[in-house]
Design a protein around this ligand. Structure first.
Ligand code: 6PG
Length: 246
């Protein structure tokens, strides 16, 4: 597996790294298909990119998709689309036609099918599935990623593009990309910050504890590259790794 661990002092330095990576990717492709995650971590990245890369990145050359979405309307504060729209898309020049949001307001099983077709129509095929250029992933303390929770780890191996998932505590329905699709991406970026993620990061990367129950442990790109982007608190449990320090 082609992977690396990049550790920076802060989310801003991680976001700078991400901005430069996007510029580098755009230098060799006319269009990028990027899939975003939700949760709280991406907010600071969106703010940094909107403040520091609004003119450095040719946003018109990027199509935005989502790794997962909560089954809520787009104006709901829990919406992953709303997070990106409020803190990035409203601040930089992303054409509306480049934004392919998951319709959280739709009936979930219908939307999983609809969004799968959107991906089929707009994302290139490579090897054995459709292939995003960049996929951003977060990491839950329970080892979930996207909306693939330990209780539904079978979604990793689904032959589908999207599946309907359910949050194990809130029972909230989610639409999520499957592990098969995520692992077929060219570049997968885990963006993980904060001391609360230290144990789960260490277990996954060291293959200790309950790592085998964690869906994030099975994110291994078939053909692409996996980059763990972390701050020092999240990565403090890693020793003996080939760490690319700030
Ligand atoms: C979501 C995300 C989810 C998230 C992790 C980490 O829709 O919630 O896609 O996978 O990335 O739960 O969330 P935090 O960034 O809030 O820790």
């Amino acid at each position: 597996m082609n992977s690396e661990i990049v550790i920076k002092e802060s989310i801003n330095e991680l976001s700078e790294y991400i901005g430069q990576l996007v510029i580098s990717e755009l230098s060799c492709k006319s269009k990028l298909n990027i899939a975003l995650s939700g949760g709280s971590t991406p907010l600071s990245m969106f703010v940094y990119l909107s403040e520091n890369f609004s003119s450095k990145i040719d946003w018109e050359k990027i199509n935005f998709f989502w790794v997962d979405e909560r089954c809520v309307p787009p104006d709901d504060d829990q919406s992953n689309y709303k997070l990106a729209n409020d803190f990035l898309f409203k601040k930089v020049n992303v054409p509306r036609e480049n934004i392919f949001r998951i319709f959280g307001e739709n009936e979930p099983y219908y939307e999983a099918e609809r969004y799968s077709n959107i991906i089929k129509d707009n994302v290139s095929y490579n090897v054995d599935s459709f292939s995003f250029d960049i996929v951003f992933l977060g990491l839950g303390e329970d080892g979930h990623t996207a909306s693939i929770f330990p209780e539904q780890i079978s979604i990793l191996k689904s032959e589908e593009i999207c599946e309907v998932a359910e949050h194990p505590i809130s029972m909230q329905k989610r639409i999520t990309l499957t592990g098969k699709l995520i692992n077929n991406s060219r570049t997968i970026l885990f963006l993980v910050t904060g001391v609360s993620k230290q144990k789960v990061v260490s277990d996954i990367l060291s293959k200790t504890g309950d790592y085998s129950k964690y869906p994030a442990s099975y994110i291994n790109p078939n053909i692409g590259k996996l980059i763990w982007l972390m701050d020092k608190p999240a990565s403090a449990g890693l020793d003996g790794f080939n760490l690319i320090q700030a």
